[in-house]
Write a protein that binds this ligand. Sequence first.
Ligand SMILES: Cc1cc2nc3c(=O)[nH]c(=O)nc-3n(C[C@H](O)[C@H](O)[C@H](O)COP(=O)(O)OP(=O)(O)OC[C@H]3O[C@@H](n4cnc5c(N)ncnc54)[C@H](O)[C@@H]3O)c2cc1C
Length: 362
Amino acid sequence: LHPLPKGPLDLFTSKVISWQDIKTLLGEYFRRNNASSEDESVADFITRRFSKDILDNIVELLITGIYAGDPKRLSVRSIFPKLRDLEDQYGSIIKGFLKSKKQKSTESFDPEVMAINKRKLVSFKGGMGVLVDALYNDCHSFMECNAEVQSIRFQDNNRASISYEYDGSVKTIEADHIIFTTPAYVTSNWLKSLSSELSDLLNGIEYAHIHVACLAYHKKVHGYRGFGFLSPRKEKLNILGCIWNEMIFPPFAPSGSVNLTAMYGGACHPEMKGWTEDQLISQTLEDLETTMGISDPPDIVKTFFYDKGIPQYNIGHFDRINRIMEIVKKNPHVSLLGNYINGVGINDCVRNSYQFIEDLEI
Ligand SMILES: Cc1cc2nc3c(=O)[nH]c(=O)nc-3n(C[C@H](O)[C@H](O)[C@H](O)COP(=O)(O)OP(=O)(O)OC[C@H]3O[C@@H](n4cnc5c(N)ncnc54)[C@H](O)[C@@H]3O)c2cc1C
């Protein structure tokens, strides 16, 4: 494992970035803007502005960590809109970054917005479930949890009737506004009767599968410090990456113990779909031994399989979402929210939800 550079000076001693990469990064300042107005893949964009090595050694890791995606298919316009804007506006990303940094330091800012925009690693003492429990505690008087919506019928009077299964029986309610926060492929089914184009656009959003193995050890089985590791594809390991939870969130594990989360699958590994639990566990143990030298058996193991884990913002996603929103606007009793719209991170989802509620006019 090699540490990522923490600041500009570390670049010169880092094993992740070569001298050639540094030269390429600096050279981008002088490279002419040769972008077309069309959307392009992250791979094409980074190779065009920087190099294939920067793509393989740095950018691919970021994309793996957030989207488990394929840089050859992900859209730069949706994944890195700011980089694309800097190129369009200043002719170079580095030039634009330096200029916009100067401007930003003189701008006033809203501390609340800044806090949510800062991509800090955040959790709660009892884990992320605390967020869901808090929402439930606040809303349970007017909310039914673990209810599966079975059908939605839009009526001529701009109302909808929703049938759902709850506690073993089917109930029906009427609503004059529905906010769909379900995954795109689920929402697609329910909006077919409203617009087949809308339904097809939603259903066309690809989701990457993810397998997760959580391992706990009652003793310290490694001496690394940091957040974890991501594995570039060129290393030809199966593991996408591993999070060292006890380091990021010490209350998650008793002192002296180790708590790891290993991830597999993603858009570049369709061959891993359908893995069994045994396969996932044995591959995880093998990869943790290869990368971190852990040979002790874990004391606790839990596995999770997400067949449709993370929406992929592939080329054309920006136009797809714009068209989806155009159609939705014509149906004022329907709104859409969710991680396929404006960022897949939980902080993105929270920020989008706040914004949505502020803008909502019912
Ligand atoms: C393995 C993994 C690790 C991740 N790690 C991180 C991370 O470290 N940090 C981060 O910021 N983000 C992470 N993400 C991304 C983030 O968790 C998600 O993008 C985000 O939680 C999505 O929120 P959402 O509300 O859009 O969708 P979801 O949380 O998927 O909510 C959709 C809801 O719709 C419900 N639903 C579906 N069908 C029906 C039905 N018929 N009737 C009623 N309800 C239905 C589902 O039960 C679900 O509760 C991770 C994602 C995965 C898969």
